[in-house]
Design a protein around this ligand. Structure first.
Ligand code: ASP
Length: 330
């Protein structure tokens, strides 16, 4: 018999730690009220999957997470992964920003041990809650050797997604998570089955280590529309080191917003064109003459992930070509 893996489950709050007044409260309930011990205690079946240790790191909805929360989660996960008697980590997390935390970990952890981020769309108290099965599956994935060296994973609704691609794309349904190129695999009856692996660089092969990060530069996201005022763009551009401009379609920019964004670039603010569509590529020098304007473009990264990536890239370089290369590589 193979010895069981040692898995640490970190609680951070979210719906998976939520509670409603009645089982029929699938969408109206209090978030982040149950401790991780209680959440795990309600699923005794997990003890057959791994030796478990639980710790409460945060207790809040993930909509509240700022860069300090990301750094705190990353730092703690890295400390745990360094311990010889820890084989993997599961992070119970609000679903709203799982895609950002997971991508941040995917780019900054320096370990091949499995890290799985998991949430639920319904609290444990609700009818047909997905909390127990999602957490059970996440632990099964973290404990399995086939999950090593493939970066940070997100488990939801019996699917295993790579942190790079996964997006929350529905506000209330159980099947709220998707990846534009499909999941990496499924988890069924406590066993992961993989059908593909991430092709982009991650974890041990990236230049960013959580151990070397104390802060992240301010990068803001501006959602573009025709009635957006030039002054609003100027105001936001004056605040941080970078702007993800979420243009329509292929990152299109309304004519009256071109000058404020060119101006920002001239002043050294990194301007990156992204797309409102939720998927697809923004072609560099396609809809706009990016090189002439001093702008960058995402490749296929959604704005929230582009913000994480640009924040990290700016910790090491200001050179436009190197920043642009980050979008092609990660
Ligand atoms: N607001 C919650 C959160 O992201 C929603 C959830 O967990 O599903 O923390």
């Amino acid at each position: 018999m193979t010895p069981q893996a040692n898995i640490v489950v970190i609680g951070t709050g979210g719906t998976i730690a939520g509670q409603g007044n009645a089982a029929s409260n699938t969408a109206a309930y209090r978030c982040s009220v149950l401790g991780i011990d209680d959440v795990l205690g309600a699923i005794p079946q997990v003890s057959a999957l791994a030796n478990l240790r639980a710790e409460q790191l945060l207790q809040t909805g993930s909509e509240n997470f700022d860069n300090r929360h990301l750094l705190a989660i990353g730092t703690r996960v890295a400390e745990l992964l360094e311990q010889r008697d820890v084989d993997g980590v599961v992070i119970a997390h609000g679903t709203d920003t799982i895609e950002e935390t997971a991508y941040f970990l995917h780019l900054t952890l320096k370990s091949i041990k499995p890290v799985v981020v998991v949430g639920s769309m319904r609290p444990p108290s609700a009818m047909s809650s997905d909390a127990a099965l999602n957490l059970y599956d996440a632990i099964a994935v973290a404990a399995h050797p086939s999950s090593r060296a493939i970066g940070t994973l997100v488990v939801a609704n019996e699917e295993i997604h790579t942190a790079r691609d996964v997006v929350k794309n529905n506000s209330f349904k159980i099947e709220a998570f998707g990846s534009p190129y499909g999941p990496l695999g499924y988890v069924i009856e406590g066993r992961p089955r993989y059908y593909r692996h991430p092709s982009r660089t991650h974890t041990v092969a990236t230049p960013w280590s959580i151990d070397a990060l104390d802060t992240l530069p301010q990068v803001d996201i501006v959602y573009g529309y025709g009635a957006l005022e030039a002054q609003t763009v100027r105001d936001i551009a004056a605040r941080g080191r970078g702007i993800i401009y979420v243009g329509t379609g292929n990152g299109n920019v309304a004519a009256h917003l071109i000058e404020p964004l060119r101006d920002a670039a001239r002043r050294g603010v990194v301007v990156v064109r992204a797309s409102r569509t939720g998927s697809g590529i923004v072609l560099h020098n396609g809809a706009q003459p990016d090189d002439e304007y001093g702008w960058l473009t995402v490749e296929d990264q959604i704005p929230a992930k582009a913000r994480i990536l640009l924040s990290l890239a700016l910790t090491r370089t200001d050179v436009a070509q190197e920043l642009q290369a980050a979008f092609e590589h990660y």
